[in-house]
Ligand binder design. Sequence first.
Ligand SMILES: NC(=O)C1=CN([C@@H]2O[C@H](COP(=O)(O)OP(=O)(O)OC[C@H]3O[C@@H](n4cnc5c(N)ncnc54)[C@H](OP(=O)(O)O)[C@@H]3O)[C@@H](O)[C@H]2O)C=CC1
Ligand SMILES: O=C(CO)COP(=O)(O)O
Length: 347
Amino acid sequence: MPELADTPLAPRRVAVLGAGSWGTALAALIVRNGGQAALWGRDAAVIAGIESNHENARYLPGVALPESLRATIDLAEAMAGADLVLVVVPSHAFAETLRALAPFRPAHAGVAWATKGFEPGSGRFLHEVAAEVLGADVPLAVVTGPSFAREVAQGLPTALTVHSDDAPFAQVVAEVLHGPAFRAYTGDDMLGAELGGAMKNVLAVATGVADGMQLGLNARAGLITRGLNEMLRLNQALGGKAETLMGLAGLGDLVLTCTGDLSRNRRLGLALGRGQSIEDAVREIGQVVESVQTADEVMRQAERAGVELPISSAVRAVLHGELKPTDGLRQLLARQQKPEYPTDLLG
Ligand SMILES: NC(=O)C1=CN([C@@H]2O[C@H](COP(=O)(O)OP(=O)(O)OC[C@H]3O[C@@H](n4cnc5c(N)ncnc54)[C@H](OP(=O)(O)O)[C@@H]3O)[C@@H](O)[C@H]2O)C=CC1
Ligand SMILES: O=C(CO)COP(=O)(O)O
């Protein structure tokens, strides 16, 4: 197979569903790569601004979007003639968006998503939800990795990864994203890829809290590394591949989100660590903060699998107001001394 970078990109029509910061950035990337993108969103003012001013003033203010990027509030119009569907709504809207798109999906169009998190309430992985709603025959793929929407929209270099059980479909999705400043890798571990993307949001809150409390750089590095250990242990128990978590979908995104102040989950942690209330912090951020639901679902998965996750568990309790950040820290530091890598990884 030729190197992706050497492959002339066939223009493909992609329906991008979700006109927040990430959906808008991915649609712009596809168009800049020579593809066609129809961006669907439900906010008429945002969509009109993209169509007329080539700017998403609500979610990516100040970033110039390609003039040929089409945006619409009509789902049927966005889906018409699509070769590929890319869902980029928050996790709480994932299932309803799949149900809404299903009647309009052209038979040959596979469905990928860049949503991070689990189905709230059930705690199901998004690939499980997608297989149930769309049926087992529809090609499915997860798009994930260290990628702040604003940087992608600005054309700054980025690498991410596309995981699917269907290797040719992963390749198709990677090809529409891959471009001069964007490397798209592929893999076949949807579970591991989704777990990494979801857990890093929870762990970003933990490092944000520590930084908000000015605990220092050692504490930050310790939390990132032990956070990675939590990812690896839950991933092993659930059947994901370790290398997925050691790559862009795990370590890469964990480092980005735990250290980069563009991260909304990190910013939530910073605010909590400085003593702000969760309600005020979420209102000020004004965009989706996935960790708020994801912490519950990560802990549900962990409890079902019998895996102890002290950092994620403390974040969950802090987000529910059951634990003050200072007490969470005390709890973590008071844990019994133990080997860094116990023979039983689940312990
Ligand atoms: N931003 C980033 O850098 C990255 C984000 N992601 C993931 O992408 C997903 C989307 O996040 P992001 O774009 O950042 O979020 P934003 O907060 O920027 O935008 C959220 C978007 O989702 C829409 N939305 C909310 N609820 C619904 C619904 N019920 N039906 C349809 N649309 C809905 C909003 O519409 P409205 O304005 O009408 O409310 C808005 O367009 C999340 O899972 C996030 O973790 C992944 C990688 C990078
Ligand atoms: O997923 C992201 C980067 O890869 C975006 O992180 P936040 O949702 O914390 O902003």
